[in-house]
Design a binder for this molecule. Structure first.
Ligand SMILES: [Fe+2]
Ligand SMILES: [Fe+2]
Length: 187
């Protein structure tokens, strides 16, 4: 059986793509059931991608010698704290507010919501690890080899980016077509 864990899968299995095949990405915004809340939710995903990109660029700039250690440390600490807190609360809202409304709407997709729930649990572990990696980098900045922590963090951010991209893409492919098809009441 195909491994559907966040770290191993390469996309949604065909059985969970039935709605998105009928409503592919390019058609979403023009659909009459595309709501401001759906726009807001997709924009949150864009924001997470953007901040993660800025974090990665920050480590690269430091490793390339283009930014001073104290500025790198300060900016990374600020952005990482924002990113990790916001991502955690985004998952919380999805788990307790959005998904309970959505998961009963289409019997064919029940397994998809279990998959998203498992993703959130997996991402919790990666969020903890990224917080630790960030702290290790910050501590290392005042030590004998500041580049070591920054290099480790850059690699960790690269892996996180793959997992986050996999989750956001698959989540959007599952959730948006459900919303467009059934127009549930979500506030
Ligand atoms: Fe999610
Ligand atoms: Fe999400």
């Amino acid at each position: 059986m195909t491994d559907l864990t966040l770290e191993e899968r390469e996309g949604l299995p065909d059985a969970l793509r039935v709605l998105v095949e009928a409503l592919p990405r390019g058609t979403w915004e023009a659909h009459p059931n595309f709501s401001p809340l759906t726009r807001f939710w997709l924009d949150r995903h864009l924001m997470f991608r953007d901040v993660l990109g800025q974090l990665t660029q920050g480590s690269r700039d430091f490793l390339d010698g283009n930014v001073a250690p104290d500025r790198y440390g300060h900016e990374t600490a600020r952005m990482a704290q924002f990113f990790l807190q916001q991502l955690h609360s985004h998952h919380d809202i999805e788990d307790h507010h959005y998904f309970p409304v959505l998961e009963g709407l289409d019997d064919r997709l029940g397994r998809g919501f279990a998959l998203l729930d498992a993703d959130h649990k997996a991402l919790d572990g990666h969020i903890d690890a990224l917080a630790k990696g960030t702290n290790a980098m910050l501590k290392g900045l005042s030590g004998p080899d500041p580049r070591k922590g920054a290099g480790d963090l850059e690699r960790q951010l690269g892996a996180f980016d793959l997992f986050l991209d996999r989750h956001l893409t698959d989540e959007e492919d599952l959730v948006v077509p459900v919303i467009l098809t059934y127009a549930p009441e979500i506030h």
